[in-house]
Design a protein around this ligand. Structure first.
Ligand code: ZN
Length: 281
């Protein structure tokens, strides 16, 4: 894929995309903002508050009514453009809940958007009508506690829950591995035809892809259990053993994911943490 920043691309009838120019080790080429509907629109994951991106969205909307600006979650690469876009279009911000966090500072991947305010929060299974068709929230906590996917027809906008290019970063305290796995299994019960993630290409084989993601996490869990089975280990020690040759930019995120696995294993009585060392039980 080349990087068609600030350009409207129609992916299928009723689903179009504008790519924001915020590439990074965590966002791939950048955040993909989706325009849902034809005569009337919803904007999903408006993205970072970059003047050029907001201007490209306003141009892509082209004066059509906007029923809602929806955010899957409140990381700073997803939600900050909601405010300027709401001002430009008069549309309400409808979707995930705001988070009350002790700190909104930088985490392994992206800081939280502490300024996010929703006009309406969609609970699991709640819908709004966009262009005469329901856009429905599917609560998928894990990557963040407030994460939602949004279903439109048989397409699912997956935000950062399932991405087309990389596994999802799950970092405590807000990220929760047990919740993340439950949310992956929740999608296994659905019959979506295609996933449109906020980063990376569409996923056209959702069930097979989910099986792969769940299998990958279970392998990682087994590997961690093996590593802490014979000797007490710190998280950096586990990362060094479990992720050989890891891109140095991803070491902090990998440590967060290992921490998330350890907390999940601890809750299940399989490991114990003392000071900063972890052992099997
Ligand atoms: Zn995110």
């Amino acid at each position: 894929m080349d990087a068609p920043y600030a350009r409207l691309e129609q992916l299928e009838p009723g689903i179009a995309r504008v790519l924001a120019d915020n590439p990074s080790a965590f966002t791939y080429y950048g955040t993909q903002t989706y325009l849902i509907g034809n005569e009337e629109l919803a904007v999903v994951d408006p993205g970072p508050d970059l003047d050029e991106h907001v201007a490209a969205l306003v141009e892509a909307i082209a004066g059509r009514p906007v029923a809602a600006i929806c955010c899957t979650h409140t990381h700073r690469d997803h939600s900050p453009a909601a405010r300027p876009l709401a001002e430009a279009t008069g549309a309400p911000i409808i979707g995930c809940a705001a988070l009350a966090l002790e700190t909104v500072g930088p985490r392994a991947d992206a800081a939280f958007d502490g300024d996010y305010v929703a006009d309406r929060v969609l609970g699991d299974g709640e819908s709004i009508l966009v262009d005469g068709k329901p856009l429905t929230a599917v609560a998928t906590p894990g990557h963040t506690s407030n994460h939602l996917c949004l279903a439109y027809g048989d397409a699912l906008l997956t935000g950062d829950h399932v991405m087309g290019w990389s596994t999802t970063v799950v970092v405590p305290p807000d990220g929760d591995m047990a919740a993340y796995m439950t949310s992956l299994r929740k999608l296994r019960e659905r019959e979506d035809r295609v996933y449109y993630p906020a980063h990376g290409p569409p996923v056209t084989n959702p069930q097979q892809y989910l099986r792969g993601l769940i299998g990958h996490r279970m392998q990682r869990e087994k590997q961690i259990l093996r590593l802490v089975g014979d000797t007490a280990r710190t998280i950096p020690d586990i990362v060094a053993n479990a992720y050989p040759g890891l891109d140095p930019r991803l070491v902090t995120a990998a440590g967060g994911s290992v921490h998330a696995h350890l907390l999940d294993l601890e809750a299940r009585g399989l490991v114990e943490g003392r000071e900063d060392r972890w052992t099997g039980t």
